[in-house]
Design a protein around this ligand. Structure first.
Ligand code: SOE
Length: 402
């Protein structure tokens, strides 16, 4: 039963995969969590009138528009939720923040470091006026991931020595898969690196409480030209017709298919990262293992309700990896859901994200990941790209202002 007193009127821009996930979160959040504000799905925005009207009806938005500038200027909208490709994040987010709207922006924050810096600066200006902004690194809000952070902060792993993170997908292994927007640098900024590598950068920095301070990287584009897409949808939403001088009917892939890097964290841990869309058979294989002086923790998204824990402080005869089923009411976020043992899924991380953002807006608390946190991720992405271009040269990563 909700005790909210105020509405939070949301205007969402973009309604493909992420927009659908965010819609599910806005629809659900007040039905599950008792919050001081009620999310209202006020307006959804997309480029084509007919399609956005359909999306509004299907996803449950009260109104629709094809003019994001008009949306951002409306007095009856409090929060702008940006679910568009990265090439429009900066322009929309800065306009929204300057108009005094709270902002939730999908990851990665931007396509370039300059854009991310401008967004973080706009967020800092707006924060002084009580405006909140958050970047959508939703995996932070998987209960097992939050629990991982809590246990590490409590010292259960002791001193952190190793961080091992992979994010493996395989949806473009077929060379005939079309040149969708995610494969074009001007639309997406980078490839596997920014799309899924950004998640493991954010997730590991979050759980360990250390920042990446230096990297040595390698990237690869296995399939250099792909068929130009038709007006398709979903993950394959239409790309601009970047023919890129390739074979007839094909365009150049201008992003990485895979990115690997070594890193040092500022608290002394060393780390390896791998992000690829060519891990045949791996659909959404996000796996993180942390080794410390007193134990280890392992999270695997494909078993997202579980955490593996090795406690090296137990008597030798009792040591071994144990499986924690993260469904107890005492586990992060779980008190809102089902009785212990009843599992949750991918979409719940977005609902938890909406919950935390609503709480922060209502109480004036700081938001995490803030645009400054997301700028930190962008600094790492930028260093990875430059290191790879320089033949894996070690590069220091600057620290974003907090
Ligand atoms: C596509 O690779 C994608 O949808 C990412 O963009 C999401 O952030 C990730 O959660 C799942 O995969």
């Amino acid at each position: 039963m909700s005790t909210h007193t105020t509405d939070l009127r949301v205007g969402m821009i973009g309604y493909a995969f992420m927009g659908t996930a965010h819609s599910q979160a806005w629809r659900t959040v007040n039905r599950v969590f008792d919050l001081p504000m009620q999310a209202r799905m006020a307006v959804v925005c997309g480029r084509g009138e007919a399609k956005v009207a359909e999306a509004a009806a299907q996803l449950g938005w009260q109104e629709h528009t094809s003019d994001w500038r008009a949306l951002v200027a409306r007095d009856d909208v409090d929060l702008i939720d940006i679910c568009t490709p990265g090439d429009s994040h900066a322009e929309i987010a800065i306009a929204a923040l300057d108009a005094g709207k709270h902002v939730l922006c999908e990851k990665p924050l931007a396509n370039t470091l300059d854009e991310a810096q401008a967004m973080a600066a706009a967020a800092a200006r707006a924060a002084a006026l009580g405006v909140r902004s958050m970047c959508g690194f939703n995996y932070r809000r998987v209960p097992a991931v939050s629990l991982m952070r809590r246990m590490i902060a409590e010292g259960r792993l002791g001193e952190i020595r190793h961080v091992r993170a992979v994010y493996l997908q395989d949806w473009i292994t077929d060379p005939e898969f079309p040149l969708v927007w995610r494969l074009q640098k001007d639309k997406a900024g980078s490839g596997a690196l920014g799309d899924i590598g950004a998640h493991i950068i954010d997730l590991t920095q979050y759980v360990v409480g250390q920042r990446i301070a230096g990297v040595s990287a390698l990237t690869e584009t296995f399939v250099k030209h792909r068929p130009l897409p038709g007006a398709s949808s979903g993950l394959s939403a239409a790309a601009s017709d970047g023919s890129g001088g390739g074979p007839a009917g094909r365009g150049e892939v201008t992003v990485d298919d895979a990115a690997l890097f070594l890193a040092r964290l500022d608290g002394g841990a060393i780390a390896t990262y791998e992000a690829t869309r060519f891990a045949t058979g791996r659909k959404n294989g996000l796996r993180v293992e942390i080794n410390g002086s007193r134990g280890s923790l392992v999270f695997d998204f494909e078993r997202m309700n579980e955490l593996e824990f090795y406690d090296a402080t137990l008597p030798a005869a009792e040591q071994g990896f144990t499986r924690i089923l993260v469904t107890e009411p005492t586990h992060p976020y779980m008190s809102g859901w089902w009785p212990p043992g009843h599992l949750i899924g991918y979409e719940h991380s977005f609902t938890h994200q909406a919950r935390d953002l609503i709480e922060a807006i209502a109480t004036g608390a700081d938001v995490a990941p803030s645009f400054a946190d997301a700028l930190q991720v962008q600094l790492v992405l930028d260093a990875v790209v430059r290191s790879a271009q320089l033949g894996s040269t070690w590069l220091e990563v600057k620290s974003a202002p907090t």
